[in-house]
Design a protein around this ligand. Sequence first.
Ligand code: NAD
Length: 260
Amino acid sequence: MLRVAGKVALVSGAASGIGAACARVLAAEGARVMLVDLNERAGNAVRDEIEQAGGTASYANLDVTDEEGWIALMDQVRSAFGGLNISVNCAGTSVTELTFPTDTTLEEFRRINKVNLEGTFLATKHQLRLMRDTSPVCGSIINISSVLGIIGQPGIAAYNASKGGVRIYSKSVALSCAKERLNVRVNTIHPGFIRTPLLEASIKRYGDDVEGRKFYDNLQPIGRLGEPEDIAMGALYLASDESSFVTGSELVIDGGYIAQ
Ligand code: NAD
């Protein structure tokens, strides 16, 4: 039996990495998926791949920091699919270089928080409105934070702050929904180090592809870097009715990194 059959899902950041893996897995498990990203070419390629595999998907170009864009997109999802059950908010960005806190510019701090934190706020707000209007109401919002939303790391305070914000923001929304007895669950996933284009710049800091990769493999207690599919399987669980008692929680998927 397919695990999210009959559900409508939206995945942001779906053109690449973790978001693309989540979109593929949700579609393979029976959801109709709306892919959202800024990278139209790559987003359409993921959509085509899903459709060739027998799934149902659409692609919409959206900057997740654009509130008017979210309002228009939710109207589009309502018309095309009749409502919304699942969202995985993956769109995100990271620091361009490590900086000591006295050298971090306000511009850089705002750039990261605008996409990671404000983007998640806008996504959650407008997705929740559509989920509330969906009949029957049966929603699951999954916000992608990071292990770096739980533990700090020197040089990336702006990213730490944005991901810590996503973590606690999501708990508050989960409790608001629970208090209203609205059947929408809200949870976060905290990936450890996952092999995606976002991590490539960091890998390069430790040598070429082989050396950098080896450095990151050895950094994980489990002995290997994570793959986007490792995160997608957690998102699938939180998206499905198997997790119907899970809300306001944080799912750490990190090969043991923060257990140390
Ligand atoms: P990625 O770079 O492969 O994918 C990110 C996607 O987000 C890209 O397709 C990009 O175009 C899109 N995007 C960026 N800004 C956007 C915007 N303003 N509007 C719409 N789309 C936008 O990165 P990834 O590693 O798959 O990251 C996905 C999420 O997982 C991010 O939130 C990231 O912070 C988080 N994360 C990643 C790792 C890791 O090791 N890769 C670890 C922890 C958390």
